[in-house]
Write a protein that binds this ligand. Sequence first.
Ligand SMILES: *Cc1c(COP(=O)(O)O)cnc(C)c1O
Length: 411
Amino acid sequence: MSRTYVTHLECSMTGQAYAAGELHNLSEAGKPLLVRYDLPAIKAAVARDELASRPATLWRYRELLPVEPEHIVSLGEVMTPLIELPTSAAKLGVPGEQVIVKDEGRLPTGSFKARGLALAVSMAKQLGVERIAMPTNGNAGAALAAYGSRAGIETFVFCPHDTPEINVREIALQGAHTYRVNGLIDVCGRIVGEGKQAAGWFDVSTLKEPYRIEGKKTMGLELVEQLGWEVPDVIFYPTGGGTGLIGMWKAFAELEALGWLGQQRPRMVAVQAEGCAPMVRAYEQGEEFAQRWEDAHTVAAGIRVPAAVGDFLILRAVRESGGFATAVSDADIEQARVDAAQDDGLLLCPEGAATFAAYRHALADGQVSRDDRVVLFNCGSGLKYPMPDQAGFVDADAEVDYAALLAAAEA
Ligand SMILES: *Cc1c(COP(=O)(O)O)cnc(C)c1O
């Protein structure tokens, strides 16, 4: 007998049902599968306020997760803090408590990919998988490598050749068989997909297995609980494959079905980079699906995703929520990163900085107001990315000119 509340899986496009307890990739329609739960049974079994007494990890939402307890693979998935940007907000004429960063860089492997891969690897273990592969721009591969090693599952990771060096190295160091590929993420994805038969691995590419969404969903559960069972007015989310945005949207619906949240929803804003903005283009053209973006480039590697299998789910959530999709330039991303670090001491990753840049634009354009309570997602640790070299030099063998130091600091 299963000790979870999962009833079945469901095609996100056609609604066709699939049995839980079996390995699945995409549905027959080639679309992501969503996990469905017996929500009335969960509602009867647990009260919202019981959660507060449980450990502060994503596993506190266990009734809304598909893993049987003995198969949980964990590296300490802490609840991530909400951090205000008081000085940045003041410069924008916004009350300090209105702009909050959810800092996902505190999770194992330094990014929120840990949420998705903790679930995907735990489920793979539960279902008896022994070998896993994925394409990655960096953070997902690192999380897969770490959780795979933890679970004793063999992992193969394929990275576009321009994946940040630190990511390629951490992936290999954490035990994955790691390869650079002369192509973008979707080319790496093709190699993983085509290798399924020949190499006998399970494909955990973004949205091509059902459980990474369930892990990312916990961002929405956690955020609502942290805000006292309320939603913010607007969420700015750095959107690549869109797992987090889709997952949070699913979380809000499940919370409403449990009676833990009302009908209110945040406006969901999908933030992309100007050099890779397939969702923004599809949103602006009123399309249900997005065309592949050619020659994708941006410093924000985590959102350099030219084609997303969950495109219609991202666009649907954005539209249903009354939100929008918007792109920012790499120059704006770099500037936002510097400003948040220097004004408020918070080191963002480029993808997180993209949400801050997009918020500033949206405020200037009147797409959001100064009264809106806004949550920006910083999805990875800023320490994992290249930083500008801004240090001066002091010659320890000469006499130090302190007056010159202070004058330089003033300038
Ligand atoms: C993967 C990643 C993203 C994009 O997340 P999705 O939910 O797949 O759209 C954003 N930022 C960082 C740091 C990432 O690693």
